[in-house]
Design a protein around this ligand. Structure first.
Ligand SMILES: NC(=O)c1ccc[n+]([C@@H]2O[C@H](COP(=O)([O-])OP(=O)(O)OC[C@H]3O[C@@H](n4cnc5c(N)ncnc54)[C@H](OP(=O)(O)O)[C@@H]3O)[C@@H](O)[C@H]2O)c1
Length: 320
């Protein structure tokens, strides 16, 4: 699997990150381990989790994903070959919601313990917290870097102006700031005004800000949970607008030309962007994993990329 530099960190990571939201809840340990093995066998090294995964699942309390990854790392002895991202910010069990310094510091310790490691490569703020001064949040992340507990920290579900504020505070203090941004994004564009709160989408403002500051954007839910290829999973309503049929028509046209499936083309289109997006995808079973990893074998021509970019009513000017 190709490696790309994550933002301006000087660190190279796989061009596709594996999301583990449902590992340890909807996927048993053995199933999850098999999926991680397949991803690693394909050359992947970038695993994405969160302290609270998967408190949103009926079988979950939060923490199951990190525990599952920790056991797998221990059994496989792979820790040093992997780049592990986790997150703090959503409350679960008796952990408070938000980004108070005390929560960031104590949840870092909890994640280190669950993952069975002495450092986290990338620690995200999972969502913005308007009730805590950005300075307090940034100060806590910088303390964790100084203490050697994390290498970098990122932002997830932030508005661009808040990232700009964070960067300004960090520059004034001589601190590190959010290295990269993980946000909701796919090929279809959500309708103007679509509200995914607390999730935030990748839009033009975010893209121009991150490109200018050299921050890699990591789209999550890139496959719309299978909706591009599954008859049992309709395109979610916030993505059904004037653009939808036009974009889907071009996506399926390019898919046919390549003899691929639409999931693969969506992931390839993201990886071909300049600077590249780094999609955080997932799969429930080995068949899905195999199909999605097929994105790595797709070659898009400049003409196909342009057709995919231009499809729809607005040219390069809308959320992705
Ligand atoms: N930062 C954040 O706020 C945030 C939010 C959400 C997710 N994430 C991260 O992003 C990762 C990916 O999110 P996601 O799972 O929503 O993304 P996704 O990749 O769009 O969806 C994965 C799901 O789509 C279906 N699918 C995938 N490949 C398929 C295939 N080849 N054929 C048929 N169905 C297929 C499966 O659904 P079924 O399991 O139903 O079969 C699979 O579980 C998460 O694991 C997590 O790490 C981050």
């Amino acid at each position: 699997m190709k490696k790309i530099q994550l933002s301006q960190t000087g660190v190279e990571v796989s061009c596709l990150a594996l999301g583990t939201l449902r590992f340890g809840t909807r996927n048993t340990y053995d199933e999850a381990a098999r999926l991680m093995d397949m991803y690693v066998e394909a050359g992947g090294n970038f695993i994405d989790t969160a302290n609270a995964y998967d408190r949103w699942c009926s079988q979950g309390k939060g923490g199951e994903s990190e525990v599952t990854i920790g056991r797998w790392l221990r059994e496989r002895g792979l820790r040093d070959r992997l780049f592990i991202a986790t997150k703090v910010g959503f409350g679960y069990q008796d952990v408070a919601d938000g980004l108070a310094a005390a929560t960031i510091i104590s949840e870092c310790e909890n994640s280190l313990r669950k993952l069975g490691t002495d450092r986290i490569d990338l620690f995200y703020a999972h969502k913005d917290d308007p009730n805590i001064p950005l300075e307090e949040t940034l100060s806590a992340f910088n303390k964790l870097i100084a203490d050697g507990k994390i290498r970098f920290f990122g932002a997830s579900n932030y508005l661009p102006w808040r990232l700009a504020d964070a960067d300004a505070i960090a520059a004034r203090k001589g601190w590190q700031s959010f290295a990269c941004v993980e946000q909701r994004g796919t090929y279809l564009r959500p309708n103007p005004g679509a509200n995914f709160s607390p999730q935030q989408i990748i839009d033009r403002n975010l893209m121009t800000y991150c490109d200018a500051r050299g921050k890699t954007i990591l789209p999550y839910t890139p496959l719309l949970r299978g909706a591009y290829i599954r008859s049992d999973r309709p395109i979610p309503s916030p993505y059904r607008g004037p653009d939808t049929d036009l974009r889907l028509a071009v996506l399926h046209e390019v898919t046919r030309e390549l003899g691929a499936n639409a999931n693969q083309v969506v992931l390839a289109w993201m990886m071909y962007r300049q600077p590249p997006f780094l999609p955080v995808f997932s799969a429930r079973n080995p068949k899905q994993m195999q199909e999605n990893l097929g994105a790595l074998d797709i070659t898009l021509s400049a003409e196909q990329i342009e057709r995919l970019d231009r499809a729809g009513n607005c040219v390069n000017d809308e959320p992705v």
